[in-house]
Design a protein around this ligand. Structure first.
Ligand code: MN
Length: 410
């Protein structure tokens, strides 16, 4: 059945209660931005619904935890919902982990354009435009379990475009079988589309990345539905600060100046491709050569970080470097074990302890009392296999850095 083409907006996981985190310290000039980021990004979601003139909005849970935001959370949402109401736009909001309908403070009235779904059972609404049905929207608030019960959802009769709003995880194949047009999911902070056609399964992710691991662009999704019920998703970015993880490669011949040039060039590219937004960059340096050892120990990493922050970190918008670290080496060249060098003697000794686990390491004799226990962590003994393996591996890397460095410099 041909239907009227339309467009809607899908967003989830605002988590208004949760500012970005995962930093040892937030630089002074970015503190306000950090605190405001969840609200600023969520406001951009509603702004997008208005500027893109979407017919309605589907919100797939975890918008806020009322006991953590205090009244600011619900008051903010009411204000945003009212902006949509003025333009005749409806909101379909399904509860997630932290925002079931009963968590909404009873003293604050939810505007009438907002439709909520019950917990644990499917309810259906029909979105309309000019008195004509556009889509059937099914939803069930999340109950105790995380897995979505796909079998509870069935397409509307007569071929009307059918969407399901749910918060949780599911096997995409199980969702596909149900024959709906679109699964508007929540509960993942990174954007993902495991199935595209004929059933679109989509998590829009959180509108604002919260920590270094939530890197890259974040936003909400504008979904266009054509006359044949085919869907197309478009990312609308809403984040106000963006985490990035960048990897550079050096070799034996790379000088400090050459590394600085690489950092500068990459930074210019980042600023160019992410305009008008604050950036938080974690740098990893991989490859081979003496620079890696110097990055692991000594002042080089701190020096470079200070230089990067001075050059790029205090502009507006800022590109703030969080850290610069050498990537841990994975394997050492086997021929190093066979050379007539101090490094080879050292590596052969390590290898001996690796292949003879019954031989005690007896490190206590070389260390102040209690230091070894502290280094290993609470309750871990060096007689345990993983602890011993990790320690020997770290010792090999440390030895290689120190001994190789000396040879190269002499
Ligand atoms: Mn979440």
């Amino acid at each position: 059945m041909p239907n009227r083409p339309f467009r809607f907006l899908h967003a989830a996981d605002f988590h208004l209660e949760m500012p970005p985190h995962g930093l040892a310290e937030v630089p002074e000039h970015l503190v306000d931005l950090f605190l405001e980021a969840p609200y600023a990004a969520a406001e951009q979601v509603f702004e997008t619904a208005l500027t893109e003139d979407t017919a309605f909005v589907v919100l797939s849970g975890d918008l806020f935890s009322p006991q953590h935001t205090g009244p600011r959370g619900p008051l903010f949402l009411v204000e945003q919902f009212a902006r949509l109401a003025e333009r005749g736009k409806h909101v379909y909001w399904v509860g997630g982990r932290v925002d079931p309908p009963e968590a909404w403070p009873p003293a604050i009235r939810l505007p009438e354009n907002v439709h909520r779904f019950p917990v644990g059972r499917v309810e259906s609404f029909t979105a309309q435009q000019d008195g004509e049905p556009l889509a059937c929207i099914l939803g069930a608030g999340r109950d105790g379990r995380q897995t979505i019960r796909a079998a509870d959802f069935s397409p509307a009769p007569g071929g009307l475009v059918t969407l399901a709003a749910v918060h949780g995880t599911a096997d995409p194949a199980a969702l596909k079988q149900r024959g709906l047009h679109y699964w508007a999911l929540g509960g993942r902070h990174d954007r993902s589309t495991p199935l595209g056609t004929p059933t679109l399964v989509h998590w829009p992710g959180t509108p604002q990345g919260r920590r270094p691991a939530e890197s890259g662009m974040h936003g909400c999704t504008v979904v266009d539905v054509d006359g044949q019920g085919r869907l197309r998703t478009t990312l609308a970015t809403t984040d106000v600060l963006r985490w990035l993880t960048e990897r550079l490669v050096v070799d034996e011949a790379t000088s400090r100046e050459a590394l600085e040039t690489q950092l500068r060039e990459r930074m210019h590219t980042l600023v160019e491709t992410n305009p008008n937004i604050e950036l938080l960059v974690s740098w990893t340096v991989a490859g081979t050569g003496p620079l890696l050892g110097k990055l692991r120990r000594g002042p080089l990493a701190a020096d470079l970080l200070e230089w990067l922050r001075g050059e790029y970190g205090r502009r507006s918008p800022a590109a703030w470097s969080l850290s610069i670290e050498a990537e841990p080496s994975v394997a050492l060249p086997l021929e190093w074990l066979e050379q007539e060098t101090i490094r080879a003697d050292f590596l052969r000794a390590i290898r001996h302890y690796e292949t003879n686990p019954q031989e005690a390491l007896d490190l206590e004799a070389y260390l102040p009392e209690g230091e070894l226990a502290e280094a290993l962590g609470p309750g871990v003994a060096l007689t345990e296999k993983p602890a011993r393996k990790r320690l020997l591996h770290d010792a090999a890397l440390l030895g290689v850095d120190l001994l190789t460095g000396e040879e190269a410099e002499s």
